[in-house]
Design a protein around this ligand. Structure first.
Ligand SMILES: Nc1ncnc2c1ncn2[C@@H]1O[C@H](COP(=O)(O)OP(=O)(O)OP(=O)(O)O)[C@@H](O)[C@H]1O
Length: 598
């Protein structure tokens, strides 16, 4: 059962890697050629030792005269072959790993949101820091050795058989012992390696969370707990590595013993043959020198098998990612021109997250184009999910979203996403300068456009006052900026994308009322000459009271819809929320959106 499983894995591993190996077939061809050079050199050197010993015993200086330069030539060929072998193996291994890791990376970039949220960052990291490097066993020296060993075994056996068949036959008896122990070791190592890789992934997750939750850990005095958790994980990893070492240790002890016993037996019986005149001293030297090559391919083959198990369990983990469906055939890209939106409709949408009951059940909504639409509702009502569905991060189980009358299922991911510019609740900035963070929005943006958007987002003056202006580094995830500054940069980035639909999810929540008003005013001016539909999710209801349409949601359902004055007159969630907020003194803005322009 286990054996079958392993053969299946071997097939899977090679079928996944085959295209990458074939891409570098010239280098692999060169390495394969060197396999035969190495076999020829092994036989030639052993023959050389025997020949020069016999020549010395018989004082045959004539023979030695041409044997010495031949020996030098063999050394030169051996040096050249070692150099080329090292170089070509490095090229082959690293080129395959480079191409394959890019493939895995691109695949992850295309995994649909639903599957992606189920993945752990530590697992994902360890695919690249650990698993891909563990593939060496099947693409580098492991693969070459697997190809080389049967040939070297056959060549040496035939050569030794010609020297003395009785001795050759004797050394073959070690074969089954070495092979069986190798296969058992391989299977044991495989399970252990899987545990090690899982543990490394858990450590990566812990490291990720620790460094990202740096201030939370300090504030909650969690240092001891986290340190203990890290130490416990490291201890478990240490124990797993130790049992790996024990397994490998026993295996090498066994291999050494097999090799030494074969060597000693050949030497003893061979010496007996020499004393009987059946074998020359030189031939015995050749024999004991070569007999090692009869034992080591078998133990080595088993060792390579163990290495292969490590690669197979790494491949098993990577394949789980590669088996995930992709949302598009190629990486999406931004279209050259601004798309036009004439209608947006969500029709009969039913959607639930993995393992949860339906959040939306036959949900319908027509979004008026060129207007400002506000979505309000209690936490967990499904407002953010609506944004994710519009952008195709998640797919509804039934129903469809129609853009310009076409269901989004008939659009490419690039087409669907180019309709929207999104400022999400959690702002993500990338390491690099402010300029780099803004210019990711679209290709070919000018400095003037960048500053215009920064101005509209109310962040230009702040940036201009910095010693390095737009070239200031923002730190990892924008750590060197305040929450409000990050939000304003994200708004500027979204404005620069110049998409026909702007999705603002609590995008000004970190701003004070004064700044919020200024940002909205400047945004209106910037957007006044573009047809833009703005959909806002806001908890501060005063900020959306002038919206063209207010959609009130509760548990995935629309419970009220209309203009502020209209729905305030009805009994329902909206007037209740407004009353609650005014009782609590949530600031209300007299000058909110002028909805005629955006
Ligand atoms: N990735 C996810 N996997 C599983 N459930 C999710 C996921 N994201 C959201 N949910 C659940 O879906 C529901 C709606 O979440 P959503 O974020 O859309 O609400 P929301 O109205 O935007 O809330 P808030 O105002 O608090 O941001 C919640 O019950 C939430 O727990």
């Amino acid at each position: 059962m286990l054996g079958m499983l392993t053969l299946k894995d071997a097939r899977r591993t090679y079928s996944v890697l085959k295209p990458y190996v074939l891409q570098h077939r010239k280098v692999y061809g060169g390495l394969f050629f060197l396999v035969f050079v190495e076999i020829a050199l092994t036989l030639a050197f052993s023959w050389f030792f025997g020949a020069i010993t016999d020549a010395a015993i018989h004082s045959s200086f004539e023979r030695m005269k041409w044997l010495v330069p031949l020996g030098a030539a063999l050394v030169l060929i051996s040096v050249a072959s070692t150099y080329l072998n090292t170089l070509w193996e490095t090229i082959a291994t690293n080129a395959v790993k480079r191409d394959f890791s890019s493939h895995v990376f691109n695949h992850i970039l295309q995994v649909p949101g639903k599957q992606f949220t189920g993945l752990h960052s530590g697992d994902l990291m360890s695919h690249f820091t650990n698993d891909i490097h563990n593939l060496d066993g099947v693409i580098g020296s492991g693969l070459i050795q697997l190809m080389k060993l049967p040939f070297i075994y056959a060549a040496v056996f035939i050569y030794l058989w010609q020297l003395n068949w009785q001795l050759a036959l004797l050394s073959v008896f070690v074969a089954p012992v070495a092979m069986v122990s190798g296969v058992i070791l391989g299977l044991l190592l495989r399970t252990n390696n899987r545990f090690i890789q899982e543990r490394v992934a858990q450590i990566n997750t812990l490291l990720n969370e620790t460094f990202h939750g740096f201030f939370v850990i300090r504030s909650f005095l969690m240092e001891r707990t986290i340190a203990a958790k890290y130490a416990a994980n490291q201890q478990q990893l240490y124990e797993l590595e130790l049992s790996n070492a024990r397994l490998r240790g026993w295996f090498y002890v066994g291999s050494q013993a097999a090799a030494s016993i074969t060597f000693l037996l050949s030497l003893c019986i061979g010496s007996y043959f020499v004393s009987g005149g059946i074998l020359t001293v030189g031939a015995l030297l050749t024999f004991v020198n070569l007999v090692h090559h009869l034992v080591y391919p078998l133990t080595e083959l088993a060792g390579q098998w163990a290495g292969f198990q490590k690669s197979a369990s790494a491949m098993e983990r990577i394949c789980k990612i590669l088996e995930m469906e992709k949302e598009s055939d190629s990486l999406p890209s931004m279209p050259a021109s601004r798309p036009v939106v004439t209608s947006i409709q969500l029709k009969d949408i039913t959607f639930s997250y993995e393992g949860k009951s339906s959040l939306f059940d036959h949900f319908n909504l027509q979004i008026p184009v060129g207007k400002v639409v506000a979505i309000v509702g209690l936490s967990g009502a499904g407002k953010t999910t609506l944004f994710h569905l519009l952008q195709g991060f998640y797919k509804p189980q039934s129903g469809a979203i129609f853009m310009n009358g076409r269901p989004t299922t008939t659009l490419t991911i690039s087409e669907q996403r180019s309709f929207f510019a999104h400022v999400s609740q959690e702002i993500t900035l990338f390491s690099g300068s402010i300029r780099e963070n803004l210019l990711v929005a679209r290709q070919g943006l000018t400095d003037v456009q960048m500053m215009e958007a920064a101005e509209a987002a109310g962040i230009h003056d702040f940036i201009a006052a910095l010693p390095q202006g737009y070239d200031t580094e923002v730190g990892e995830k924008g750590a060197k900026l305040s929450g409000g500054q990050r939000q304003r940069l994200a708004i500027a980035r979204a404005l620069l994308k110049d998409a026909p639909v702007l999705l603002l999810d609590e995008s000004t929540s970190a701003l004070d009322s004064e700044t919020e008003y200024q940002v909205k005013d400047a945004m209106q001016k910037l957007l006044s000459n573009r047809t833009t539909t703005t959909i806002i999710i806001a908890h501060r209801l005063s900020t959306i009271r002038d919206a063209d349409l207010i959609v009130v949601m509760d548990k995935g359902k629309i419970v009220q819809m209309g203009h502020h004055d209209e729905i305030m007159k009805q009994e329902g969630l909206y007037p209740r929320l407004i009353r609650l907020q005014s009782q609590r003194g949530v600031p209300s803005l007299d000058n909110s959106f002028d909805t005629s322009v955006i």
